[in-house]
Write a protein that binds this ligand. Sequence first.
Ligand SMILES: O=c1ccn([C@@H]2O[C@H](COP(=O)(O)OP(=O)(O)O[C@H]3O[C@H](CO)[C@@H](O)[C@H](O)[C@H]3O)[C@@H](O)[C@H]2O)c(=O)[nH]1
Ligand SMILES: [Mn+2]
Length: 858
Amino acid sequence: MASLAPAAGAVYEPIGGLLDPLLVSADGHVGTAKKARRGAKGKYWQAADKTEREAAKESGGEDGRALLFRRYQVKGSLLHPYRALICIRLVAVLLFFLWRIKHNKSDVMWFWTLSIVGDVWFGFSWLLNQLPKFNPVKTVPDLVALKQHCNLPDGTSRLPGIDVFVTTADPIDEPILYTMNCVLSILAVDYPVDRLSCYLSDDIGTLMLYEALVEVGKFAPLWVIFCRKYSIEPRAPESYFEQVSVPQDGRATQDFLNDYRRVQLEYDEFKVRLDNLADSICKRSDQYNRMRDDERDQKATWMTNGTHWPGTWIDPTENHRKGHHAGIAKVVLDHPSRGQHHGLGKNAESSPGDSDERLPMLVYVSREKNPIYDHNKKAGALNAQLRASALLSNGQLIINFDCDHYINNSQALRAADCFMLDERDGDNTAFVQFPQRFDNVDPTDRYGNHNRVFFDGTMLALNGMQGPSYLGTGCMFRRLALYGIAPPHCRSDEITVNASKFGNSTFFLDSVSKALKQERSTRPPQLDDKFFAELERVVSCAFDNGTDWGRGVGYICDIATEDIVTGFRIHGQGWCSMYCTMEHAAFCGTAPINLTERLHQILRWSGGSLEMFFSHNNPLISGKRLCLIQRVSYLNMTIYPVTSIFILIYTLSPVMWLIPDEVYIQRPFTRYIEYFLGVIVMIHVIGWLEIKWSGITWLDYWRNEEFFMIGSTSAYPAAVLHMTVNLLTKKGIHFRVTSKQTTADNNDKFADLYDFRWVPMLFPSLVVLIFNAGAIGVALGKTVVYFGVWTAARKKHAAMGLLFNIWVVFLLYPLAQAIMGRWAKRPIILVVLLPVIIVLFAVLYVGLHILLQGIIPL
Ligand SMILES: O=c1ccn([C@@H]2O[C@H](COP(=O)(O)OP(=O)(O)O[C@H]3O[C@H](CO)[C@@H](O)[C@H](O)[C@H]3O)[C@@H](O)[C@H]2O)c(=O)[nH]1
Ligand SMILES: [Mn+2]
């Protein structure tokens, strides 16, 4: 949803338009006003905080803190059957095991034993996955209450300071335009400018990014004031202009039309300047180098001010190349309290009225790189930002974004505050995670990128326990929690702030002490040489050597999925977390819609999970203050890839179809299949109830199933293999930045979807697809050959066995689509092709049967 300018004459209420409908009703029942639009979303939820609210009302005096969010629980009419079904299935699975062990009869005993192990594992992992979903809770911020609570009579506000981090690591794979849109959306967010600072971490150290940021600094005043003046949504210009075209006459005021055209024009010019950056830097550097030719024959890269760029150079040399360059910290937009003067107002006919023209502080950080140090990828970059920001703004709260995400709802930061400042558990809340939403995904979401089952199901479930896990982006932290300090309810009085823990910088240690006292200096530090020297020191390679950084302090390093482990460390200290759902998505990002790219992503996640299991952050042994169910959930998050090994074995077993005699892994077979089907169907009935409370669609659910099967025959077993090799050879998983670069095809937004790149991990998937399609074919062939010979019982058994193969082929359908590449644009081809292949297998079988009759029994 993008908001247009207010229609002429309309009364505009800035927050009202974005209010989550769930907040609106005062009676405690989930909103009624917009029920129709929301459909089933709110139908199954009811307020779960009535008593808390009443108590708060009674005791709430002048200084009583407000309840700033609402809590909802699934209605009994859905929750009770849901819970009952989980219990029933648990019993059914246990009975099934007992039955199988009692009837230990099979034609292939080793396979029987294996399948028993597999079934026990399936049952166990199902339980790990299901238990944490026993009590889903939805928590919705109350922005109106926050406003009442934080807006002081003198016009100031007591909102906490927020430092926003953006990480980028590759200007090619992560297009600069996206990153700059992310930064612009942050600068334009609705938050007091003197309490907001934005830090961009550039892990390559390229001048291009710094100069792009300078361009942002020039364009931002216009954009931000335009956003504030007309309450524009979303506040990332690229998405805004894509979603909202010039309003037709009569629907907007002339003022707005003028401003819109002007900002759009300026934005286009801004984009051109970004595109030209590489060229202009090149030309400038050539010029300078020519002038200094006699000095050295080095090809330096020059900044506009005529000095060498300390980061990487276009012609890389020692100390100026990727992975080896100095640390850089540059303030692009200074703190607003020191005065900034820009604005639409200056030369424009339209004046921005009385809206604040100032912008938040904007800082460029590129940590030092040196090949002799391990840089710990994203976690290392975030830790450097954490320290640099401590010196510069020391915001009490921190939120980080991947460079391909942007703020989609300008109220989002305030929404997170609602949880941090709430009277109930606010002080013990370490972080507020938002769901991840993506706006580049193909309409049918072929590879389950939206991942709704996870974001709208699993996370709401955890929200009813200790809280959702940290998911890497769109998550607001309490600075103290990141520093490894325990929550107030179990904090000891004496907290030592020493160099051995936090590193040797008096500036930084001071900032920690201040943070502990919740001191907030409104005056920014003096930006002199001494200060900058210190700033560069805290982003140097050696700074965290011998300290607790990356382990007990900051984001956890040494692992491919820093997010889950960092959340785990914090939960383990007794902190809780909150999940913030907003009707109008808080943040938006891009997801890899190319299968290969997507598989690399889940390979990294699943590999990181296994790494976590084999580290000292194993959920079975560490995390002293984790609540039991939360521990179960973390255990599930670390070992789920193992399930794929059994799935792979099962899905490869159609090889049995080639064996001439009747072969059954379990006898009596009919009863076995009945049991088997029973427990499988129950999973999906439970899934159906989950669909209801989580408000997702059947398509979301199905895509999730499909992608789990694809992952289980490719990336997950690859991760298990990788981990096994790791354990033997002690080598970590490589963090390969997910490519956000789309195949440059302007006519087709989803061109990437059809770009099939072969990778070895797809091999088992392909084999499984062929085996199962083949099995169906062979079965058809056998039916033709043996129709008159087979007994009715045997026919029934064959049909039952086939169900499984058909199911597998259905689940792997997106894989077949991927292999088809561009041909998949016409789905009809595949719908015809697949049966044709199956019939070919059948014909082949019959042919071979006739040919080899009497030689080999088929
Ligand atoms: O050395 C590095 C590598 C990566 N990044 C940044 O890390 C972010 C995430 O990388 P990306 O390749 O986009 O990973 P995704 O697979 O899209 O990320 C998901 O998974 C990661 C964990 O594996 C989480 O950290 C992310 O937040 C989550 O969105 C990006 O901003 C990168 O610029 C760095 O800053 N330095
Ligand atoms: Mn990403």
